[in-house]
Ligand binder design. Structure first.
Ligand SMILES: [Zn+2]
Length: 456
């Protein structure tokens, strides 16, 4: 082994460097901003060599020399429809995908299922690396046994025996060496927080380690043309900065969301170099794993067989896909000086604005009432297009008037109570009609919230 590589600690706020870690940066006085980095001793030399003419010519590409994605990179399917959808049509060779989310949300489950589906559907024999730092191979093995029981494929176990390899090392340099030697078709690193390099002194999970290890995986993925999944845990308050700093390094960032107690899991792409970002995949957590939800609207619409008060159907865009869901409101008289505004899956400030608009422009005296609002199925609704449905649900709960069946509300509400047109209107209407909703309330037939409420 060579001598230990030199490291330094760089303040992420002001860039000051230190030879030792310290809690506070002496330069800018910020706390916990120092991150360990490798000292690049070769930088002077590199600058000179890269100035040579031959090298410079290599660095300049004529437009005709530029490889097009379709020819240079190969796409292949994970065979999990919702995952392929979020990835923009499958995996791309050499891409690094960060998949983030709270511990226990189902990231490992999704990736194990991906392994099984790929092995089951692949025509050629595969070689897949599963780097297990979070769980032991036997724990992952147990999960696979559960999935195998569900599978109808006879020879899947046999194929899996040949294709899946657990990597038990947590040393990034050992793992990348193994990758170079064994040439896997897919690598899953579960998780990036559990991997380290001995070149840095920091513990596993420290920002410096996460960044350096990721950089090495990304290099290896690119040079070998192998897709690599990096699992990154984030806590509820986003306390671990790790995955955040990776977002600009990797090609694709997927986030898995959902309430752990609920069944719904949403896989969202925050960044995708090879496809549209903001695309969404929907899964249902079941006893054996994650079930794809290809027709999400049907999942959220429950109270559709009777007219009720306080519940309205809205249509939101999740990525490029319209989705019908229900919002519920409960309005009860309050004995508090400051009546409560509580939202589950809906921003409280949005409820406050809507309550104020209803009070001023629809003459609903909400100042003496508590307002509770909730989105169905643990879904987070942030789109303004749900305003109209929310306002109607609140008004309906207060008055006790029932909202007619098969009615969907699509519209934003302005501060003057006006109903506004929203983006992708046609697509939303089409989805509503597909599901048998024949009455669409929107800016096209009502100009003001007071008219909508009166018409109920
Ligand atoms: Zn500083």
């Amino acid at each position: 082994m060579t001598a230990k590589t030199l490291t330094q600690f760089i303040c992420q706020n002001c860039g000051a460097s230190y030879s030792k870690w310290q809690g506070q940066c002496a330069q800018c006085q910020e706390w916990n901003t120092l991150v360990e980095e490798l000292v690049n001793q070769k930088s002077d030399q590199r600058q000179k060599t890269s100035l040579s003419k031959a090298l410079l010519n290599k660095k300049l590409l004529n437009f005709s020399q530029v490889e097009r994605l379709s020819e240079a990179k190969q796409r292949f399917l994970s065979n999990i429809g919702e995952l392929d959808r979020v990835l923009g049509g499958g995996l791309v060779t050499g891409m690094t995908i960060l998949i983030g989310g709270e511990p226990g949300i189902g990231k490992s489950t999704l990736l194990t299922q991906t392994v099984l589906m790929m092995v089951a559907k692949s025509a050629k024999p595969l070689n897949i690396f599963y780097v297990c730092g979070e769980e032991s191979p036997s724990q992952i093995g147990m999960r696979i046994e559960r999935l195998l029981k569900k599978s109808k494929s006879q020879n899947l176990r046999e194929k899996l025996n040949k294709a899946l390899f657990f990597v038990t090392s947590s040393d990034v340099d050992e793992i990348t060496t193994l990758m170079a030697k064994q040439k896997p078709d897919l690598v899953i690193v579960d998780s990036i927080q559990s991997v380290t390099t001995s070149d840095l002194t920091g513990a596993s999970g420290s920002v410096g380690q996460i960044r350096e290890c990721s950089a090495r995986f990304i290099d290896q993925a690119k040079s070998q043309g192998v897709p690599v999944f990096l699992v990154g845990h984030i806590t509820k308050d986003g306390a671990i900065a790790g995955p955040k700093i990776l977002e600009h390094m990797v090609d694709t960032v997927l986030i898995m969301e959902g309430e752990r107690s609920g069944q719904l899991r949403i896989l969202r792409s925050l960044k995708n170099r090879f496809g549209a970002s903001d695309e969404v995949g929907i899964f249902q957590a079941v006893d054996w794993g994650l079930n794809e939800v290809t027709n999400p609207s049907e999942l959220f619409l429950e109270n559709q067989n009777q007219a009720v008060s306080g519940a309205a159907t809205v249509c939101v865009m999740e990525g490029s896909r319209p989705l019908l869901t229900e919002v519920q409101a409960l309005v009860v008289s309050s004995h508090l000086a400051m009546p409560r505004r509580v939202g589950r899956g809906i921003d409280v400030s949005r409820i406050q604005v809507l309550a104020a608009v209803l009070q001023k422009h629809a003459r609903l005296s909400l100042s003496n009432y508590d307002v509770f609002v909730s989105a169905a199925g643990g879904f987070k609704l942030s789109e303004p297009a749900v305003d109209l449905g929310l306002a109607v649900a609140i008004a309906s709960s207060m008055s006790g008037k029932k909202i007619p069946q098969k009615t969907v509300f699509i519209g934003e509400i302005g501060l003057l109570g006006e109903v506004r047109q929203v983006a992708y209107f046609e697509r939303r209407v089409k989805e509503a009609k597909r599901l048998g909703f024949n009455k669409i309330i929107s800016a096209q037939n009502y100009k003001h919230i007071s008219q909508v409420i009166k018409a109920l």
